[in-house]
Write a protein of this length. Structure first.
Lengths: 351, 573
């Protein structure tokens, strides 16, 4: 595919955005190291509400508990980054995977022998029943070995069931069950996308204790929908193209078809979506922190500082600095997303 | 056409002018943080509802917020008390002037009816049935329809207020057919279950439980000075003074009956920010529980100094850290004492509470000079002392934290601190405690939960430490429910597992002791025992933060709920 790249020079806004995001990521990385070493913002209540630019020690001032604003904002980069990037990467992977499977398999593409289907259901239900036994029954609950056996045994068994070819004896008599993958995915997507994301997150976080880990999981569970839609739509288009059909006819294995023929066209829209979703997620993460939901009190976050700014009108710096950081990150991602859209439109084969 | 226009316009103006001046009466505007749950005298639920009901209904006795003394309200005098064996007799006489809105007098029969309501089947009165279980019977006087005697089992000092602390309801209004009048009080208590199956009681319960009873202006009315004029849910409640209230005549002799404001408007503003905006634009005359920083900023600002008086009366809301003494890690009292030394109370008071809180050694308010154990020192923030106590408790500091074997199992000293989500004071205190504990090598996880979730965890004893507020009164030191070992089992209210045989005995004696001097001795030894055990680590007694408009005179500010008394307020001329 000898397309020449249309490398338009980057505008100033784009350069600035990239630089900011780079700084943001480096700050997140550094603060992760600091957190691993057990560092945290020290509260010195005697120095509460120091205005900014008065002392060198607290350049951006201090908050109501006497915590240094600059250091707090620095450590907050980690929270913002963690809440936006990793769950979105995972959600995009899940979405692209599901969307592609749905588009390729359609409603008739996936047939499973009835026997195998029931074996799978049986296996899953046995593991489902065993879950509370291994996790909550006092004898087993504290034994790591039991858990290892529980999870360790499940993967080989699933693998065997899904891949082992042919059951012995009268194969002609086998009955199949056809899974309407596309229909089901469409239904799930419709239901899932009907709910506003923030509301869904609020609902989901109510079920689990506050921690970054669970919040990451829930964000992942909420944000896979759009990538799945984009992937499905694009693959459905590409599927009809002659080069795809010829690739299949040539007997090229599917993973190579995927990486060489499908992915290049998927990349643009998925990346664009990624940038916009990430900028949205920064806002959502801060909103959750502002509302005091999902993020523990000892994890610093821009939203939390904004929430604390409510208590004092005089302490303008508690509002101004985190808002600047948040807006800069959101705008940068938007600018970047815009740039990718433009570029991928130039490159796309399905424009 | 022109004429028609002119006519309709003038009509419109008439209509508008009729709307825009609902009342010339001066109105006191008070902020409510939430709507009353219901104005049903049996099941009112929350504090705003009780506040409103206190204007509409009356009880026999009341607490004067000015000096926290018990005063006769509907009763002409404090009851005369007689004690015989295991029974005590409280004889009341109702004020001769007291009457209902329809002109009929308030009699002993109304009191009997009200007591029956508290014990009748099929009504939402479970809470009252337990609370007023001690009133065994009511005897009427033959000579005076306004005199009666309550027969109570046993005697405790709390009964002096409790026997007259329920609303006296108009029998003619709630029970026009006299269903309850025909059944004696003692019988209702005895035959509770069988009565619940009778058709008459079912019919009675359905009239009492009808939704109108909880909010209809025609049905919510009692002998009190005010009537409910309007209630728009989520917006406002209006109380209007009755023109021909019976108390107007009696007021001169009994100042407790005074009710000056002719109209009180309770503005429902759940959002703090919105309420503050209203206060700053002088759309409110009274607001309590103002957030600390705003309170301080307004107090400093000359603009607001001219229009508002600011008060910070001490309240009986006791803020403490509860420690689970039934948890293996925290079983040893030395460990719990060590935790007490990790709380920097003066720092918390000055930073989180802006100095508006009173430190204390225990459950008794320092203001109660008789009962407060002033000889007991306040527990100081002291890392070294905490370290020494932990070592004395058998903990050893290793690279992975404080460890020891308890009941054959290796344990690491880690804590999970529970507090109510959304409470920024608790959040800040938790952060400070976490920081102090961390510098000693104790990792603390902060867990913000909903109130009901915390209660669940406490009841099932699945917790290490928690922060909470205990709302107390200076009238009762019956602490048996929360401190007696008989309530320490799962589900009981003694969630921290405080106590031993000695403290149990102390608690039992305190609950029945009448003489101040003896009671003081007992309470002081209880405070000492509680400090040694450190199951409840005291932080402080909160102070309320109230702003009252300078337009108003003689608003009484108090430490008791709701923090202010408007009945004696007048507008400045």
């Amino acid at each position: 595919m000898g397309r020449s790249k249309t490398n338009s020079p980057m505008s100033l806004a784009e350069k600035a955005s990239l630089t900011w995001l780079l700084i943001f990521t480096v700050a997140a990385l550094l603060s992760q190291i600091l957190v691993l070493r057990g560092e945290q913002v020290v509260a010195i209540p005697e120095q509460a509400y120091l205005p900014p630019f008065t002392t060198f020690e607290h350049l951006l001032g201090t908050d109501g508990l006497g915590r240094d604003v600059l250091f707090y904002l620095f450590l907050s980069c980690r929270t913002a980054w963690l809440l936006a990037i990793p769950p979105l990467v995972l959600a995009s992977l899940i979405g692209v995977g599901l969307g592609t499977i749905a588009a390729i398999a359609g409603n008739h593409g996936w047939r499973i022998p009835l026997v195998r289907f029931f074996a799978l259901v049986l296996l899953l239900s046995v593991y489902g029943i065993l879950y509370p036994v291994t996790h909550f029954w006092p004898v087993f609950a504290e034994s790591a070995l039991i858990r290892w056996i529980y999870y360790g045994s499940s993967f080989p068994l699933l693998y065997l069931l899904l891949t082992k070819e042919g059951f012995p004896a009268n194969s002609g008599n086998r009955r199949y069950i056809t899974l309407a993958v596309d229909d089901w995915l469409q239904k799930i997507i419709n239901i899932w996308s009907a709910l506003p994301k923030l509301l869904l997150l609020l609902l989901l976080t109510a079920f689990t204790p506050f921690s970054l880990g669970t919040l990451l999981g829930w964000i992942c569970a909420t944000y896979w929908v759009l990538p799945a839609r984009i992937a499905r739509a694009n693959v459905l288009l590409l599927k009809k193209d002659s080069y795809y059909e010829s690739a299949l006819a040539l007997g090229i294995p599917f993973y190579r078809v995927f990486t060489n023929y499908l992915l290049p066209s998927l990349k643009g829209p998925i990346l664009t979506n990624f940038c916009f979703a990430a900028s949205g997620l920064l806002g959502v993460g801060s909103t959750l922190a502002y509302l005091g939901i999902g993020i523990p009190a000892d994890v610093p976050s821009w939203g939390k500082m904004l929430a604390n700014a409510r208590f004092s009108i005089e302490a303008w710096w508690l509002l101004a600095f985190p808002a600047t950081f948040l807006l800069a990150s959101i705008f940068s991602l938007q600018v970047l997303g815009n740039n990718i859209t433009v570029q991928s439109r130039h490159k796309s084969v399905t424009k | 056409m022109k004429k028609y226009c002119a006519k309709s316009l003038s009509l419109l103006f008439l209509w508008l002018s009729a709307c825009s001046s609902p009342s010339k009466e001066p109105t006191i505007k008070v902020r409510f943080a939430q709507d009353p749950e219901s104005l049903h005298p049996l099941s009112y639920g929350n504090a705003p509802a009780l506040q409103i009901l206190n204007y509409i209904y009356q009880s026999l006795l009341t607490v004067d917020l000015e000096n926290n003394s018990i005063q006769p309200l509907l009763a002409a005098d404090l009851p005369s008390i007689r004690r015989e064996d295991s029974l005590s007799y409280f004889t009341f006489t109702i004020r001769p002037e007291a009457q209902w809105d329809n002109g009929s007098p308030v009699t002993a029969q109304d009191v009997a009816f009200s007591l029956k309501m508290l014990h009748s089947p099929l009504l939402d009165n479970e809470r009252w049935r337990g609370q007023y279980d001690f009133i065994k019977d009511i005897q009427f006087s033959k000579n005076n329809p306004k005199t009666f005697t309550l027969i109570c089992s046993g005697y405790t000092p709390e009964m002096k207020l409790m026997t007259g602390d329920f609303f006296v309801l108009p029998a003619h209004q709630f029970d026009p057919n006299g269903i309850l009048a025909s059944v004696p009080y003692a019988l209702i208590r005895q035959k509770f279950d069988s009565l619940s199956n009778t058709a008459t009681f079912k019919a009675f319960a359905s009239t009492i439980n009808q939704p109108g009873m909880a909010r209809d202006t025609a049905l919510v009315k009692g002998s009190g000075p005010y009537m409910l004029n309007k209630w728009s849910t989520g917006q406002s409640l209006v109380l209007e003074k009755k023109k021909a209230w019976w108390g107007n005549k009696a007021m001169a002799q009994a100042p407790v009956l005074r009710a000056n404001p002719s109209r009180i408007l309770f503005q429902v503003l759940p959002d703090n920010a919105a309420a503050l905006l209203a206060l700053k634009s002088q759309a409110l005359d009274v607001m309590d529980n103002i957030p600390l920083v705003t309170f301080q900023e307004m107090k400093r600002d000359e603009k607001y100094q001219q229009v508002y008086n600011f008060y910070s009366p001490t309240s009986f809301d006791f803020v403490y850290m509860g420690v689970n003494g039934q948890n293996a890690k925290l079983e040893n009292r030395l460990t719990r004492q060590a935790l007490a030394h990790l709380l920097n109370v003066p720092q918390i008071i000055s930073s989180v509470q802006g100095g508006l809180a009173t430190p204390t050694v225990g459950l008794v308010h320092p203001q109660e000079k008789n009962f407060y154990n002033a000889e007991l020192p306040l527990v100081k923030y002291d890392q070294e002392k905490a370290r020494a106590l932990l070592q004395a408790a058998g903990w050893q500091q290793t690279s992975s934290g404080w460890q020891q074997k308890i009941n054959g199992r290796p344990q690491t000293l880690t804590l999970e601190l529970l507090y109510r989500a959304g409470n920024s004071d608790f959040e800040n205190m938790s952060l400070l405690f976490q920081q102090n504990a961390k510098s000693l090598g104790i990792p603390v996880t902060l867990q913000a939960l909903e109130s009901s979730q915390i209660s669940e965890r406490l009841e099932s004893r699945q917790f290490d430490v928690y922060l909470r507020t205990l709302v107390g009164t200076p009238f009762s030191y019956n602490l048996i429910p929360i401190l007696h070992t008989s309530n320490a089992n799962e589900g009981g209210a003694n969630v921290t597992g405080f106590g031993n045989a000695e403290t149990d005995l102390l608690l039992e004696k305190i609950a029945v002791e009448e003489h101040t001097a003896e009671k003081a001795l007992l309470l002081k030894s209880l405070q000492k025992a509680m400090q040694e055990e450190s199951n409840l680590i005291p932080l402080y007694f909160q102070q309320n933060k109230i702003a009252v408009s300078k337009k108003l005179d003689s608003v009484i500010i108090s430490g008791l709920k709701p923090g202010y008394d408007l009945t004696k307020a007048t507008f400045k001329k």
